[in-house]
Design a protein around this ligand. Structure first.
Ligand code: EPU
Length: 420
């Protein structure tokens, strides 16, 4: 198993480019199932979750070539319309093949994803919405068995929670449904817009992606197309915070500043000077910054996927910061590990009070518990006195492409080693 060691105290400076967005690539790769033939996607990050998607698509009879961030997939009718537990247990996003398989082939069997380190993560909204579209759904022996003899039907659906995966699954389900599907209280994340753009390229009729009401008119056929995946806003935010926490001058290129408005606002409120261009964000050197409060909410609010990283920054701030996690019920697993690095944090169920102190972090061995927690611990390691060892780094490889190499290119002393 790999671990990452970080020698704290190096100021990061320079330019670094963002990779393609994991959370846009995953649903888009699954949306390819809607059209048999050759699809081509560029700017696809080389991540464990993408390789897991490749394996799942291959199990569904697709031929995949993934080289140099280009993902070519030749979609053929699957022999078995099933996403086996072996794939779904490796990656929850596998549930995203339910919508396209059911829409196109009127039948699908997908293993139930379990809970994970950040919460129970139910899929009730996905399933209830498909039922409203006429699907017969049975959950037994750990699988969702879905059928829509004669095809799905358009429906007016109101989401109880603005779920990202639910919006994606129902948009994909709706493209071949008879008539119009309207999703109200849809998620508005940039990744939803990117997926809708690909569906439209294939011939789908979709309006309103990026707003809370999405309308999909069913069509009879889609054709494969090509697409360049949007930049990863969470990676861009993580790199920006890496610059900020070390008091450095870092420009993150190949990103979309509009996707990171809430983070930029909070960095400025904390005292950082931030400059943006069309496709880059620069954080300027700052030696002291103050604690600010954040509450995670769906886009365009402060992203839950940046909460852990921002907490690391607040640990080094002057003053108190109240961090409220409103999206997931158990996303503070990094707190105890930050405390091992000498941070002063009191966690309650969904609120953590961080009493910041500049220069207070001391290196220690710590353990990554999930993807964003891994990034948080690496950021803390950049400023902790001494050598921090972050273990169980396989979580990081699910969602960051070469993070340690990117940080090293900015001047960090960071290394990947085999765990002793
Ligand atoms: N929810 C329900 N019922 C449902 C679906 C969701 O109650 O049927 C609840 C969840 O339990 C959660 C909230 O709704 O409390 C939001 O969950 P959502 O469905 O929006 O999350 P997701 O689609 O499972 C995606 C990202 C996550 C990111 C969230 C929120 C992908 C592959 N994953 O998950 O990314 O945190 O949206 O923005 O797109 C990550 O990259 O580290 C990550 C966890």
């Amino acid at each position: 198993m790999d671990m990452i060691t970080i020698q704290g105290g190096m100021q990061l400076n320079g330019e670094v480019a963002t990779s393609g967005a994991k959370n846009a690539a995953l649903p888009i790769l699954f949306s390819a199932l809607l059209a048999e033939g050759q699809h081509e996607f560029t700017n696809v990050p080389k991540l464990r979750d993408i390789y897991s998607t490749k394996e799942l698509l291959e199990s569904l009879n697709c031929e995949v070539k993934f080289e140099n961030n280009t993902f070519k997939v030749n979609v053929k009718r699957p022999e078995k319309l099933q996403a086996h537990y072996d794939y779904v247990r490796k990656m929850r996003a596998s549930i995203l093949c339910l919508g396209p398989l059911l829409s196109k082939y009127h039948e699908a069997e997908v293993s139930l994803p379990g809970g994970c380190a950040i919460g129970t993560r139910p899929i009730n909204i996905h399933l209830d919405s498909l039922k409203e579209m006429g699907a017969q759904i049975e959950v037994k022996a750990g699988y969702v068995h879905a059928k829509a003899p004669g095809g799905l039907k358009g429906a007016r659906i109101l989401f109880e929670v603005a779920t990202v995966g639910g919006t994606e699954n129902i948009m994909m389900a709706a493209v071949f449904a008879q008539g119009e599907t309207v999703i109200e209280n849809a998620a508005k994340e940039p990744e939803i817009v990117d997926m809708a753009n690909y569906l439209i390229k294939m011939g789908a009729k979709i309006e309103g992606a990026g707003t809370s009401i999405i309308r999909v008119q069913g069509v009879n056929e889609l054709k494969p197309a090509t697409h360049d995946i949007i930049p990863d806003r969470i990676e861009a935010g993580t790199l920006l915070i890496a610059g900020a926490i070390t008091g450095g001058d870092v420009t993150v290129t190949r990103c979309v500043p509009d996707h990171l408005e809430a983070l930029i606002l909070k960095l400025r409120e904390s005292g950082f000077k931030i400059e943006t261009s069309d496709s880059s964000i620069r954080v300027l050197p700052q030696s002291v910054w103050k604690g600010v409060d954040i509450t995670t909410t769906p886009h365009p609010g402060f992203a839950t996927d940046l909460q852990a990283q921002f907490m690391a920054l607040m640990v080094e701030a002057e003053g108190t910061s109240v961090i409220t996690e409103s999206v997931f019920e158990n996303r503070f697993m990094h707190v105890q590990e930050l405390v091992r690095l000498n941070a002063d944090i009191t966690p309650k169920t969904r609120v953590a009070v961080v009493r910041g102190k500049k220069g207070g972090l001391l290196a220690a061995p710590v353990m990554a518990t999930d993807l964003r927690a891994s990034a948080c611990l690496i950021l803390a390691g950049l400023v902790a006195q001494g050598e921090t060892k972050v273990k169980r780094i396989y979580h990081l490889d699910r969602g960051y492409e070469n993070l340690e190499l990117k940080l090293a290119s900015l001047g960090a002393k960071v290394q990947r080693l085999k765990e002793e």
